[in-house]
Design a binder for this molecule. Structure first.
Ligand SMILES: Cc1ncc(COP(=O)(O)O)c(C=O)c1O
Length: 370
């Protein structure tokens, strides 16, 4: 906007390549009645005990909170059987990714990412002045060989999402092992496991959360925003070698995980049975929804997450944007993808909502007027 005007402060040039984040519809005043299936949020919200803990935390918000995040880190360590010194929490996993990038990327360094994935990882890398190398995927699935081939002597971070966005596919154990074995030890290997809770019961999926002890360059990020249903609270966590945690500890803002978030997330962790049920319910709803779409003649990339990517074959003469509009006309918001009009991503809502969505898509394909 103003970078070329002589009498205003001159912002950093890298920001010219970025645009402010525009949140899609559904989260603004007046849009409360829309069914928002565009942000991979949980239709079940948080566990009731976590919600109660949040209400009780209103007594705690006067003073500064615990900058060491003691109870939450200990509870995460206990829940996942991890050393507490390898854990750090933050204002969503997005913040932790930004901190990781700021700690390890200098201007001119390289980060290797996969073609699809979490867009903010790229944003943080651009702000750091880093060069982004994007490895092509195969059929919406991360191609480990392509990721490894993109590494150069200037690479400082390799970052992939597992499961990946927007299709919900995953790299299996042998692919992960190949990454761990082949990414040079002086390069950070970041695995973004934002959707791992959903994928845990799926055949072939494996988390690398506990691979860290043998692997000093491995960093895993997780979040309470997805299966735990706490997206609005902003709390995520990272597992890394203590030297990585120490690097970030040197400059993170001391209270980056706020009191209400720490207390609520701690209570949420105590509700593992509730989480298990959310994951089972999601799996059931997703599998039923996917079979409905396949019956309608759509192609669906197999997903292990709480979202699916449907593809409209050219012979249907239908498109992702057409389906988007058909859904929107009946109060449902899906997510168009950056990669063209043949696809549409949609988050799993409740069983009833997904029945409605499948019906609307069926009507759209049958050519009923919108
Ligand atoms: C793949 C992936 N990683 C990370 C995030 C960030 O999640 P949060 O900052 O809410 O923890 C998201 C959110 O949409 C995501 O899709």
């Amino acid at each position: 906007m103003s970078n070329k005007l002589p009498n205003v402060p001159r912002r950093r040039q890298v920001l010219d390549d970025l645009k402010p984040y525009i949140q899609g519809s559904g989260a603004h005043p007046g849009e409360e009645n829309w069914v928002k299936l565009s942000f991979n949020e949980s239709p079940y919200g948080p566990a009731p005990e976590a919600q109660q803990a949040y209400i009780d935390a209103s007594n705690l918000i006067g003073p500064y909170g615990d900058g060491q995040q003691t109870t939450l880190r200990r509870t995460l360590a206990k829940t996942h059987d991890l050393p507490v010194e390898n854990i750090l929490c933050g204002n969503g996993s997005d913040e932790l990714i930004s901190l990781l990038i700021r700690a390890f990327l200098d201007s001119g360094d390289e980060i290797v990412v996969s073609e699809n994935g979490f867009v903010n990882t790229r944003t943080h890398a651009i702000v750091a002045g880093a060069k982004i190398l994007s490895a092509a995927e195969r059929n919406w699935t991360i191609d480990v060989e392509a990721v490894l081939a993109a590494i150069s002597p200037r690479t400082r971070i390799v970052s992939i999402c597992n499961p990946n966005n927007p299709a919900g596919t995953f790299v299996d154990r042998s692919g992960l092992q190949q990454l761990v074995d082949s990414v040079p030890s002086q390069v950070i290997l970041h695995i973004d496991e934002a959707y791992a809770e959903y994928a845990m019961p799926e055949p072939g999926f494996e988390s690398v959360l506990d691979w860290q002890s043998d692997q000093q360059n491995l960093v895993v990020t997780r979040t309470f925003s997805k299966a735990y249903g706490l997206a609005g609270l902003r709390i995520g966590w990272l597992v890394a070698h203590s030297s990585v945690v120490d690097a970030i500890d040197r400059f993170r803002t001391p209270f980056n995980a706020n009191t209400a978030a720490q207390v609520t997330a701690t209570a949420a962790l105590e509700c593992q049975e509730w989480l298990r049920q959310v994951v089972i319910d999601n799996q059931k709803v997703r599998n039923e929804f996917v079979s409905r779409l396949i019956d309608l003649g759509l192609e669906v990339i197999p997903s292990v997450t709480n979202f699916v990517l449907m593809q409209f074959p050219p012979e249907t003469g239908k498109s992702g944007s057409g389906a988007y509009r058909a859904l929107q006309a009946q109060g449902y918001l899906a997510r168009p993808t950056a990669s063209g009009d043949a696809c549409l991503r949609i988050t799993m809502g409740t069983a009833q909502q997904m029945e409605d969505v499948a019906r609307i898509i069926g009507e759209y394909l049958a050519g009923h007027p919108l």
